[in-house]
Design a binder for this molecule. Structure first.
Ligand SMILES: [Mn+2]
Length: 431
């Protein structure tokens, strides 16, 4: 495609150097999979179709509550973010959509943004609203909440913002609104726990009523932070009850980091699939809490187990199952472009491994209560090195066999450092 941010000739040359090696690895893996009754090209074909959205805020450097260390050449507006997302898409071939955030990505002409994205073959996934921070000139503060605020004027302002996000999303070609709220309490007694949820639901009913016919609204639960004692939508149970109260267009989004440590997230995923309420995912990884580390960097087995539930639902054609995948991470010490490429690869890897699970054998072992062999069936899939499948899937779509190596060799970051002089405070964040 003309206009790629990285010279396609670089990708072609780098792939040429690696193609003989890849052919041998692919053939050898194909042989081993054939012994297990699997056809490698069919797995590769399915992996080729795997897609995860990039959040526009993800290409900026994140930060902790201590500090943020901006990277040279960080994008300063949504058009520059779009360009960085195009790099990830060009090299990984796994990230064909962006998930924009308003007001951070506000533009005068959303149609222009859509057209600029289309040049790279990029589209727009769920639109994210922001009622967790105050903007200059804003009439009412969100310090004590938004959709669940005690003051009706604040709630109206938050509702109006969400309706505006739907309008912008329509212009961008999006089909979903993600509503994450920071509402909650920092101290026992600060908030009437029952009334806060009632106010939230009343606000959400107005937003729900404004959804276009083919849209969905995603409810994102979060255990804690910024409200440190109680968040209004703390867990998947609350999220599910709200989605059920609102109606069929409301579903529950699972952000992997938004749970207590040791929570069995794959089981939550199975429950939401069974209830027809799984909206999709915000993928990330964590060691201690809501760390927003790169997907698959800490606990790749958990992502595999989640993917296993998703592939299982796909295979048995579960009702109301159309999950939207997005990466939601904070990149504090890495180049966000590299982290997002690696994360998309890790998600694709877990997806490919889940495709290798012998589901007939597993079902039979489960029915016989053969705990050991059932576990071994899962592990056989998880322990397969599917790297040649991922590389072939990328190469088949003119992506890079080794995307990080091509990115580093391209000098893109250095070029952007010159073109984009640093701003004192970059707009980025995570939800
Ligand atoms: Mn999230």
């Amino acid at each position: 495609m003309a206009g790629w941010p990285i010279d396609p000739e670089l990708v072609i040359q780098a792939n040429r150097q690696r193609s003989a090696e890849l052919a041998r690895d692919y053939e050898s893996l194909g042989e081993r999979l054939a012994r297990r009754g699997l056809e490698i090209d069919s797995i590769t074909e399915q992996v080729t179709r795997f897609a995860v959205a990039i959040p526009t805020w993800g290409v900026g450097t994140g930060g902790t509550r201590f500090a943020r260390f901006p990277l040279p050449g960080e994008p300063r507006d949504v058009f520059e973010k779009l360009e960085d997302c195009a790099v990830i898409w060009q090299l990984s071939r796994a990230t064909p959509t962006l998930s924009p955030h308003f007001p951070w990505d506000a533009v005068d002409e959303p149609a222009e943004l859509r057209a600029r994205a289309a040049v790279f073959g990029l589209g727009f996934d769920a639109v994210n609203s922001n009622t967790f921070q105050d903007l200059p000139g804003q009439a009412h503060s969100y310090k004590f909440g938004s959709l669940a605020h005690t003051d009706g004027f604040v709630r109206e302002q938050a509702i109006a913002h969400n309706l505006e996000c739907i309008r912008i999303g329509q212009a961008l070609g999006s089909k979903a609104l993600t509503v994450w709220i920071a509402d909650g309490a920092n101290f026992p007694g600060q908030q009437h726990l029952t009334r806060a949820l009632e106010r939230y639901l009343a606000s959400m009913r107005v937003i729900y009523a404004a959804l276009p016919g083919d849209w969905r609204v995603f409810i994102e639960h979060k255990l804690y932070e910024p409200a440190l004692y109680a968040t209004v939508i703390a867990d998947w149970g609350t999220s599910y009850v709200c989605a059920r109260e609102l109606g069929p267009k409301a579903q529950c989004l699972v952000d992997l980091g938004h749970h207590a440590p040791t929570t069995n997230i794959e089981q939550i995923v199975a429950r939401l699939i069974g209830l027809g309420k799984l909206a999709g995912f915000h993928f990330n990884d964590s060691k201690y809490g809501d760390d927003d580390l790169d997907s698959g960097s800490i606990n790749p087995f958990q992502i595999f187990l989640v993917m296993n539930e998703l592939v299982d639902a796909e295979v048995r054609r579960a009702a109301d199952f159309a999950p939207a995948y997005m990466i939601d991470q904070s990149h504090n010490v890495t180049d966000p472009i590299e982290s997002l490429i690696a994360s998309a690869q890790n998600l694709q890897r877990a997806f490919a491994q889940a495709l290798l699970v012998d589901r007939d054998a597993l079902a039979e072992q489960q029915d016989r209560n053969d705990a050991l062999l059932a576990r071994e069936t899962l592990m056989a899939a998880f322990q397969t090195d599917v790297a040649p499948i991922l590389a072939r899937a990328r190469a088949n779509k003119e992506g890079a066999i080794d995307p990080i190596a091509v990115y580093r060799a391209s000098g893109y970051r250095d070029r952007k450092a010159k073109e984009r002089p640093q701003e004192l405070s970059g707009r980025s964040g995570i939800v």
